[in-house]
Ligand binder design. Structure first.
Ligand code: ADP
Ligand code: MG
Length: 362
């Protein structure tokens, strides 16, 4: 295991950025992934939630930019606006002492501004699949000097909804570009898929039993039937109000309904989902990050990647539909070794699914 960032062949000004950001030593995934990225190899990197994957690819990317060339060299692709914004901010901070231009290219933002910003050939583009592909196809984003593509939450990005955009983007970049993919979960079908576009990737993989973090205590409450979930939530409200909390509800309609009901009953909560407008989503995220919002209801829009250190409780008002989503949702708490708690509301009909999750993750 790498003991120090000083041993990772990083440029001096990048090291300054890392230390002033507050990182002291590399996490295990950082120690493993950064050398592979430095060697220009393709990489499949899996590590538990909250263990520093963003830092890993951000440092790997920043260390490999040729600042003397005013060209776009790296594209970092993320599944949601929220995660793209967050990753943009981390890279920006880490690059504080470097002369590197970074641009976010995110759906729902002003297209004209995006086009004119791209004409300055930012070294690094961080964004979401649809907007990036659109900018490439319209030739605002020049791809001929791209040498690295990063997929964060890769299994999500390679799932049904995004797959075509990703293949589209990959078609436009030079064949020899390096592709590095990151996620806490790498289901077999995704690993199979990677063979289509990656060349002899180095693999850093974790067994599924080891995916759960010791710092996160996981509970369920048998609420018998769906109709009793709401009263249960109100019953435990005083307990959950002690910390910052995300409550996951599977559908947008139900989310809106519960949000309205809670507000009507005098509980100060807010909600977020993918069909709200971009600016509103951004302001909700800012208020949640600053702690102004304590309890946030969300669909799976925030299931992945979001990093809020004070967030210590996750409630699955509805059980997630798949096993991967479960581990991502509960991983919003317990960041970087902190303690967290998760509580599932389970109806009698959900019991079998609950048992599957329990045994899958040991
Ligand atoms: P992941 O993507 O693996 O879920 P993140 O990259 O979001 O995790 O990192 C989780 C948290 O850990 C962040 O708050 C980040 O600032 C912190 N972190 C990451 N790497 C280090 C490090 N080397 N030292 C200290 N804190 C770190
Ligand atoms: Mg992450």
């Amino acid at each position: 295991m790498t003991e120090s960032f000083d041993d990772l062949n990083l440029t001096d000004n990048l090291l300054r950025g890392i230390y002033s950001y507050g990182f002291e030593n590399p996490s295990p995934i950082q120690g493993k992934a950064i050398p592979i990225m430095n060697e220009k190899k393709d990489l499949i990197a899996q590590a538990q939630s909250g263990t520093g994957k963003t830092g890993a690819f951000s440092i790997g990317v920043l260390n490999n930019i040729d600042v003397s060339s005013n060209t776009t060299q790296v594209v970092i692709i993320n599944p949601t606006h929220e995660l793209a914004n967050q990753n943009f901010n981390v890279i920006k901070e880490l690059s504080n002492y470097l002369d590197i231009n970074i641009l976010s290219v995110i759906g729902g933002t002003d297209v004209r501004k995006c086009q004119s910003d791209l004409s300055k050939n930012p070294h690094i583009v961080v964004g979401t699949p649809g907007r990036i592909l659109d900018m490439i196809q319209k030739r605002y984003l020049v791809t001929e000097n791209i040498k690295m593509i990063i997929l964060d939450e890769a299994d999500e990005i390679l799932s049904y909804g995004f797959k075509d955009s990703i293949y589209g983007i990959i078609q436009y970049v030079p064949k020899e570009s390096q592709i590095c993919i990151f996620s806490a979960t790498m289901p077999d079908d995704v690993l199979d898929l990677t063979e289509k576009f990656m060349v002899n990737p180095e693999r850093v993989l974790v067994d599924r039993e080891n995916l759960t973090l010791e710092g996160i205590l996981q509970f369920y409450i048998n609420v018998k039937i769906n109709d009793w979930k709401y009263e249960t939530l109100k019953d435990i409200y005083d307990t959950i109000n002690v910390s910052q909390c995300i409550i996951y509800i599977n559908s947008k309609n139900k989310l809106t309904e519960i949000n309205d009901r809670l507000k009507h009953d005098g509980f100060p909560v807010e909600c977020i989902h993918g069909e709200l407008n971009s600016d509103y989503r951004k302001s909700i995220m800012e208020d949640f990050k600053s702690g102004k919002i304590r309890i946030l209801l969300s669909t799976d829009l925030l299931a992945r990647g979001i990093d809020i250190q004070q967030l210590s409780l996750v409630i699955n008002y509805d059980l997630p539909r798949n096993k991967e989503t479960y581990i991502h949702r509960i991983g919003r708490s317990g960041r970087y070794g902190r303690k967290g708690v998760s509580i599932n509301f389970v109806t009698d009909r959900d019991m079998e699914h609950q048992n599957e999750i329990s045994s899958f993750y040991n």
